[in-house]
Write a protein that binds this ligand. Structure first.
Ligand SMILES: [Zn+2]
Length: 304
């Protein structure tokens, strides 16, 4: 049993545009101002918590290295400040949608990244090249990727993904020896440790599942998916509470920008209420760290 549980969360689908905006058709893509991202980052810093957020250079068809308006330009500028916060930047791959053609810097219409990650015919080399190209685009944005969050969940991902990430860690393309990956949600088991999926000497790639479904309005940005009590109720019970009470080495949860963002997300207040309750009830039993720190520090099957 760990003395304290290392805790963190992932925010997926972060971008200059979002869906599920109240008063608009559900799938309509609407801008989210860069100030929403800054407000979120400031909140994380002020509360002294820590997390990873996805930075998707080609989200919603907008290529942020070539902003087509002031809105995208401002969003890209705030992304470049992530390094000043206790926040990891994760690839959620280049577009979260269509595969990207890096030779022409255009979106491909024939394949998408989600099915490509599960396609067992894709080689290590192809994944490695694609990830490295995404890392390079990140650098252009002033973003240093430390891990990967997959678009969609991937319990049966091609193992070549792990190997490709390990190769890139070894080549010094990630800032740390340990590379965290968020690919699955496993609500139920009560203890979690980073799981080594590929390892060579001091370098390793870790599967780091979220242990709680997103109830901060979720990607649907729906009031039906909002519940602080799902994480922990006033008596200190709930799915996140159970992980901490079990003395788990780590506890991870996740959120989506659609529901979480402080501008159009219905779950922003739910999220803040959950954080306040968590700190109040379990503050002395948890340590906030970025996923890359957790992977680096307790990556060996939970042993320090
Ligand atoms: Zn996503």
């Amino acid at each position: 049993m760990a003395e304290k549980t290392r805790i963190s969360f992932f925010v997926d689908d972060v971008g200059a545009y979002t869906t599920g905006v109240p008063g608009k058709p559900r799938d309509e893509v609407c801008p989210v101002d860069a100030s929403a991202l800054k407000d979120f980052l400031d909140y994380v810093k002020d509360k002294q918590i820590a997390c990873a957020i996805s930075v998707i250079p080609g989200w919603a068809g907008a290529l942020l290295t070539k902003p087509k308006n002031d809105h995208e330009q401002r969003f890209a500028e705030v992304l470049a400040t992530i390094k000043d916060y206790p926040v990891d930047a994760h690839m959620e791959i280049m577009t979260h949608g269509a595969l990207f053609d890096f030779s022409t810097m255009t979106f491909r219409s024939d394949r998408n990244e989600m099915e490509w990650l599960d396609d067992h015919n894709v080689s290590v080399q192809e994944y490695r090249d694609y990830f490295l190209n995404t890392i390079k685009v990140g650098r252009e944005l002033g973003v240093c990727y430390s891990g990967l969050s997959t678009p969609g969940t991937h319990p049966d991902m091609n193992p070549n993904v792990w190997t490709a990430l390990l190769d890139l860690a070894e080549a010094g393309e990630f800032p740390n020896y340990a590379v965290p990956v968020f690919a699955t949600i496993e609500e139920g088991p009560e203890t979690f440790s980073p799981r080594a999926m590929a390892k060579r000497d001091k370098f390793a790639v870790y599967d780091m599942p979220s242990g709680v479904w997103d109830h901060f309005a979720s990607w649907r940005n729906s009031p039906d998916w909002m519940s602080v009590d799902h994480y922990l109720n006033p008596e200190g019970n709930g799915h996140l509470a159970a992980i901490i009470k079990a003395g788990s080495p780590m506890a991870l949860f996740h959120a989506h920008w659609q529901g979480l963002n402080p501008q159009t997300g219905l779950g922003w207040k739910t999220f803040q209420d959950m954080i306040d309750r968590l700190i109040k009830i379990y503050g002395d039993r948890i340590i906030w760290q970025r996923p890359s720190e957790i992977a680096q520090q307790i990556g060996n099957d939970g042993k320090e």
